[in-house]
Design a protein around this ligand. Sequence first.
Ligand code: ARG
Length: 268
Amino acid sequence: MARKRWFTLLKNATLGVAAATALAGLAAPADAAPPPSTDGTQVIGGSRAAQGEFPWMVRLSMGCGGALYTSQIVLTAAHCVDRTGSNTSITATTGVVDLQSSSAKKVKSTYVYRSPTYDTTGGDWALIKLAAPVSGATTLPIASTSANNSGTFTVAGWGAATEGGAQQRYLLKTQVPFVSDATCKAQGGEYSGLIANAEICAGNVESGGVDTCQGDSGGPMFRRDNTNAWVQVGITSWGIGCARAHAPGVYTEVSSFASAIASAASKI
Ligand code: ARG
């Protein structure tokens, strides 16, 4: 992926990023390395998650995030994987905020299911089947209605903490406010092409400053529901730059795909 594309279209640009990240381990993807940030924007607020705070968080070896949908299935983004089929090349790291911790539980993939609608009508989601269940796993339930597609969401990941910055050793988190489809589309450019039923936006439209960024893709956006239980409403998908004003983060609208996700998970 050409350097210059960093500031233009990041949507669908992640396969190259993913491949490069896999080779470079935790280093920032070389082929996507942008110029250093000039505004010092803290993408996800610079706040570390506590050990055990978001126990469903998964780091995937291609440089994406994910969430435990079941003890043996990770929900991530379609753009983080290339195809449906057997796949033993992905390592999922679970159970830790520190990726270098000796207590990390690492499990290999056996199979990938990529959303069949991603390339046409949208739906940036994928499932990764693990070789064995994660012991003592805590899963994150997904939203099956639009009831929680509003308010303030939590996002977390080991992606860049500044636009163009390095991948992180420690899990970072921040909060992002819901942005309506109309406001999101009105930001223009790539945002005009927002797929309203498949995508949900979040961020500070006027001031920026909080966001996910490269390497956070596939990770969950979640909130507490009216019973105070955590529910996943989004999957980190794309944005123009990171944490910029007038460039909210775009997430897969999980509630629109809840039945497709459940059905796929029951078959893999
Ligand atoms: N596509 C990116 C990834 O693969 C996620 C970008 C999210 N960007 C944003 N500004 N919220 O990691």
